[in-house]
Design a protein around this ligand. Structure first.
Ligand code: O7M
Length: 216
């Protein structure tokens, strides 16, 4: 996967018109967006279709799928039907649940991203330390794409060691959550960035600043 400028826009606005305007204003700097629950619950799955049809972007749906296999299948099926190129799936639910999402992705010729550990402070309570095992499970399932946190670089680097250099890691937490782009890109292939861009007074200036800061 080629991510332009190593930046994936986390499109967490809750209004499709504002989202559209934002994406238009920075479209020359990005080729990948991540749509999650805030926009989808506010505007429906049509938000995925609208962006897919109007921009030639990779569209990652961040539904952090974390249910029993039968339910995961339904979620993945609806998501790919709406036009997503990939879906983010939680690893902690175990192999059968993750495999169910992988099977649906395969049917559509699409991909999944496996979420290993998370970036927020509360992630240390239950999830911290589980990322390596989740990554190993992903390798057993033949998964190529992963999510790991930029705010816990020791965890990100350890998960990278398990996955090896050829797997693709995207990393949230840069900017508002405190992560640094260059440190993160030592281990990750792309950054997921939301508020530092869409809450900026001028999102175009904000993304240009981030791009300028990236030296790796
Ligand atoms: O830059 P932010 O903090 O405004 O946005 C970060 C985005 O990444 C936002 O969409 C979060 O839901 C998401 N995210 C995390 O912040 N931390 C995680 O551990 C995982 C994700 C994520 O994208 O999971 C797939």
């Amino acid at each position: 996967m080629e991510v332009k400028n190593n930046i994936i826009l986390a499109l967490d606005l809750m209004d499709i018109i504002k989202s559209f305007e934002l994406v238009e204003s920075i479209s020359k700097y990005i080729n990948t967006i991540k749509i999650g629950y805030p926009l989808t619950l506010a505007e429906g799955l049509k938000s995925v279709t609208v962006f897919k049809e109007n921009f030639e972007f990779n569209t990652i749906c961040d539904y952090k799928v974390a249910d029993i296999p039968a339910t995961n299948e339904k979620i993945a099926d609806l998501t790919f039907k709406a036009g997503a190129d990939s879906i983010i799936v939680h690893g902690f639910v175990g192999k059968d649940s993750v495999a169910a999402s992988c099977d649906v992705a395969l049917e559509y010729g699409k991909e999944i991203f496996l979420l290993t550990e998370m970036s927020h402070p509360g992630a240390i309570q239950f999830l911290k330390g589980k990322g390596e095992k989740i990554a190993e499970m992903g390798l057993e399932l033949g998964i190529n794409n992963y999510v790991a946190p930029s705010t816990h670089l020791d965890r990100l680097s350890s998960i990278r060691s398990v996955l090896g250099k050829d797997k693709f890691i995207i990393s949230p937490g840069v900017g508002t959550q405190g992560g640094n782009p260059n440190d993160t890109l030592k281990y990750a292939d792309a950054l997921i960035i939301g508020r530092s861009i869409y809450n900026a007074e001028n999102p175009e200036i904000a993304i240009k600043e981030i791009i300028k800061e990236i030296t790796v």
